[in-house]
Ligand binder design. Structure first.
Ligand SMILES: Cc1cc2nc3c(=O)[nH]c(=O)nc-3n(C[C@H](O)[C@H](O)[C@H](O)COP(=O)(O)O)c2cc1C
Length: 184
């Protein structure tokens, strides 16, 4: 791969929720997405990545689990209702969590490692021509999600990632220059 090809892949990735729910993501593609995430750096080889592959009717079950916990918290009823079915918008939903470390700083570094892993995963999805979107789990739903996913209760869910073929392209997002300082 040429450097400009990688730059082009990175620049073409968009968060896109316009996903064809009838499309298909193969097992080998799912493995490639998860492998890409696992190749992110992780400090001291703590291997904090946890992934739950959610497909078929399990997508709606996940929605109900999260919606029930939102309802218990007294969240907006319209949001609760939407949550019950929203994971069926894509053929594949990946729940991504990081494991607790042996110290607070290790836990924070685990979260960085898994966030980097999600970006790897999104780029691998882009390379397959998929649309993908990293969504944030509802506040207070961590226990419901870790239970559903058979993760450890101490794991923290940081992303629920929708993946599938694009139904239409996502709008471009203007990217400002980041703050960069030079001390030559
Ligand atoms: C930690 C994190 C959480 C996000 N959560 C959501 C979300 O809950 N819902 C959503 O529509 N997009 C979510 N996004 C996607 C951002 O909205 C998106 O990255 C941003 O608008 C920039 O668009 P781009 O990814 O196309 O560059 C999240 C992104 C990150 C990094």
């Amino acid at each position: 791969m040429q450097p400009e090809e990688l730059a082009s892949l990175i620049a073409s990735r968009r968060s896109n929720i316009f996903i064809d729910a009838t499309s298909h993501v193969s097992d080998s593609q799912i493995n490639a997405l998860i492998t890409a995430a696992q190749f992110a750096p992780n400090h001291k080889h703590t291997w904090p990545l946890r992934v739950c592959v959610v497909r078929g009717e399990s997508r709606e079950q996940l929605g109900h689990k999260i919606a029930d916990s939102m309802e218990t918290r007294g969240d907006d009823p319209a949001k609760v209702t939407k949550t019950r079915t929203k994971y069926s918008r894509a053929p594949l939903v990946l729940v991504v969590a990081y494991a607790q470390g042996n110290s607070d700083s290790e836990t924070i570094e685990n979260s960085y490692a898994v966030a980097a892993g999600i970006q790897n995963l999104l780029l691998q999805a882009e390379s397959f021509g998929f649309a993908a979107l990293w969504s944030t789990p509802a506040k207070g739903a961590n226990d419901a999600i870790t239970g559903f996913c058979d993760f450890a209760p101490t794991d923290t869910v940081v992303g629920i990632v929708y993946v599938g073929s694009p139904a239409r392209p996502a709008p471009a997002v203007e990217r400002p220059h980041p703050t960069v300082t030079y001390r030559n």
